[in-house]
Design a protein around this ligand. Structure first.
Ligand code: ZN
Ligand code: ZN
Length: 216
């Protein structure tokens, strides 16, 4: 996908490559990487570094035969060059996300959370949560701060906040330092995939009262 202006941090790519992220963050990172040539290339560099470290550790215990067999296996596969296949073109959900929600946007189990905004929480293990958000054009998410990390990946439409504009494929990495009020651009519904590892800090009373209910 072209025209992606906001990318993953090296820290997130490295943690993903090392397999240390909670599942909720893995989904967002994998989905962005499936859309973004630039991050996919950086990811492969981290994978290669991690792989060679594994080799250094592994060769001491392997005899010559099994080492050669392992290397033959590695060099014969072209996994590193190939982007993940996109299983369906009818929806907006890339393959890593289809494992969780299927490929039909209207078949998602959307729940209203107020102000015309709908969400669908994905089933993941661990403390972090990941959800799809569907925000009608022109609608704002109540202004809030963050207690941990929030990753927001745009799948359709666009939103703006105090920092910039985020369009399809763009990812916003927010942390404790950012207070923002994302507003969906006029036009099609803005559909995002958003992961958090701690509850948000809402400034207004109503969202504060309902956030427990909606696990925001
Ligand atoms: Zn990227
Ligand atoms: Zn936020």
């Amino acid at each position: 996908m072209k025209d992606i202006n906001h990318h993953l941090t090296d820290a997130l790519l490295m943690a993903y490559s090392a397999g240390t992220l909670p599942e909720a963050f893995d989904v967002v990172v994998a989905t962005h990487v499936s859309l973004c040539d630039e991050c996919r290339a950086r990811m492969h560099e981290f994978d290669a570094v991690g792989g060679s470290m594994m080799e250094d550790v592994g060769t001491a215990e392997l005899n010559d035969d099994s080492f050669e067999a392992t290397m033959a296996l590695i060099t014969s596969s072209d996994w590193a060059e190939e982007p993940r296949p996109i299983r369906s073109t009818k929806g907006i959900f890339p393959a890593p996300l289809q494992d969780y929600v299927g490929d039909d946007i209207d078949a998602v189990n959307w729940r209203k959370i107020g102000g015309g905004v709908q969400q669908a929480i994905l089933k993941t293990t661990g403390d972090a949560t990941v959800r799809l958000l569907r925000i009608p054009g022109g609608v704002a998410v109540p202004d809030h701060g963050h207690r941990g990390t929030e990753l927001t990946l745009v799948l359709q439409g666009a939103f703006r906040d105090e920092t910039d504009r985020f369009g399809p494929g763009d990812i916003e990495v927010a942390n404790e330092d950012l207070e923002h009020k994302p507003v969906a651009e006029d036009g099609v519904d803005c559909i995002c995939l958003a992961a958090t590892d701690a509850p948000l800090r809402f400034n207004a009373m109503i969202p504060r009262l309902t956030q427990g209910l909606f696990r925001i």
